[in-house]
Design a binder for this molecule. Structure first.
Ligand code: SUG
Length: 416
């Protein structure tokens, strides 16, 4: 039985605010702040507990080995000797944002009946460009079953940011869906991270049916406004597309193409007159997990508490809930430590539609395992990291030891 499993990236012990992501307003505006890795990871674990309590299947990925000495070696330097900007890039805990781990095409969409995953190359941002080897190693273990096909990254220079720029509409997960790849075109102040050539390559490699595959251009206004990924302005689940008016470059053509490919689509659109693009981006209203609640209770929106704290956003949401739409519940979660780097609830998870029995059980969560993970975090994760701390060899070795302790607790020592 195929079901949607959300795999959350466990927030790593090196979580810090180095302001590395150009075009990501939260990352830039929190540059230099003191981070709280332990509190950050516990917030992420609470989100997983919250979603398990809703009855949703939950998995996770391990943090990567940081600071990434191997990557620095390919640049002819070391953690101790690296220039400050390279050292910060080596330290980033950015693999927590699992929506950027891979693009996933569920089995019913592919000509070979397998669930395909292509690890994202993340080449646009130097601090993210060295995530893929560590991510691929995990995907190959978690999805080793023949039900899956795991692909190496699309080669540079074709930028690919994974599921953050990919949506799927379907009537139910057991049937074929329509896959929507949202790409950007460069040229402005902020980079377009998802290239059309990368999206098309993934669609071919995943053996998708061209008649059920759309390539839609993200609006440049959205990118230049700080929506560095499509999942900052739109999210889809089953037959519902929840989107801001300014999400797509040609709104009318995009909606028409989506309706033509999937007649049953229900487009829930937030007009700019009700919620401005800056408010949508600041509150991360769309970086929500739009989930189907078990037991026929309709859909729920797992959104950041920042959405509740932004008056125009909350008013729009309350009006929507009072109506008779498909989204029935608002479920705020506190992921403030991740949010300060531009990562909301949806950034923190990768959706994989699969039979849970085909996934390596070490990557699947339940309450007891989350308790075990939380205990390791409480014991080993640093309480805080200030930007100047990244030069400390003692902190680097503590952070490495913390991750190894977690790998051992979960029985994934082979990733060490
Ligand atoms: O790539 N932030 C991430 C946030 C990714 C959010 N993911 C999705 N929207 N799916 C990024 O910009 C900040 C790191 C820093 O500044 O240190 C960062 O990488």
């Amino acid at each position: 039985m195929l079901t949607e499993i959300n795999f959350d990236g466990i927030i790593g012990p090196s979580h810090n605010y180095a302001g590395l992501s150009r075009g990501n307003i939260a990352s830039a505006s929190h540059a230099g702040d003191v981070s709280q890795p332990r509190a950050a990871a516990l917030q992420g674990i609470e989100k997983m507990r919250h979603n398990i309590a809703l009855g949703l299947p939950q998995g996770f990925f391990m943090p990567l080995d940081r600071p990434d000495a191997k990557w620095l070696e390919t640049l002819g330097t070391t953690v101790e000797d690296a220039e400050d900007h390279l050292r910060a890039q080596a330290w980033s805990a950015s693999s927590m944002w699992a929506a950027n781990a891979a693009t996933v095409s569920p089995a019913p969409d592919s000509a070979d009946g397998k669930c395909h995953l292509t690890v994202a190359n993340l080449v646009t941002m130097p601090h993210r460009s060295h995530e893929w080897p560590g991510t691929l190693a995990q995907l190959r273990i978690a999805f080793a079953d023949p039900a899956f096909a795991v692909h190496a990254p699309i080669p540079a220079p074709f930028g690919d940011e994974g599921a953050a720029n990919h949506m799927r509409l379907c009537s139910g997960h057991d049937g074929q869906g329509v896959e929507i790849f949202v790409y950007g075109l460069g040229g402005g102040r902020f980079p377009a991270r998802q290239h059309l050539d990368a999206s098309k390559a993934i669609a071919r490699l995943h053996r998708l049916d061209p008649a059920q595959t759309l390539f839609i251009r993200q609006s440049d206004t959205a990118i230049q406004g700080g929506a560095f990924h499509n999942d900052v302005v739109a999210v889809a689940n089953e037959h519902v597309l929840f989107t801001h008016e300014a999400a797509f470059e040609d709104r009318e053509a995009a909606h028409a193409a989506i309706r033509a490919a999937f007649q049953a689509v229900e487009i829930v659109e937030v007009p700019a007159s009700a919620v401005s693009l800056p408010d949508a981006i600041k509150s991360y209203l769309f970086n929500a997990q739009l989930v189907t609640l078990p037991g026929g209770d309709g859909m729920g929106l797992v959104l950041p508490t920042e959405a509740r704290d932004t008056p125009a956003v909350w008013k729009w949401l309350e009006d929507m809930i009072a109506g008779n739409g498909p989204i029935r519940r608002l479920l705020p979660v506190d992921v403030r430590q991740s949010m300060a780097n531009g990562g909301g609830p949806a950034c923190l998870r990768l959706r994989v539609v699969a039979d849970p029995a085909t996934v390596d059980p070490r990557f699947m969560a339940d309450a007891a395992k989350l308790d075990r993970i939380a205990a390791v975090v409480a014991r080993h994760w640093p309480e805080s990291i200030a930007p100047g701390d990244l030069a400390s060899p003692a902190l680097a070795s503590d952070v490495r030891a913390a991750r190894i302790a977690l790998l051992e607790a979960i029985g994934l020592d082979e990733l060490g």
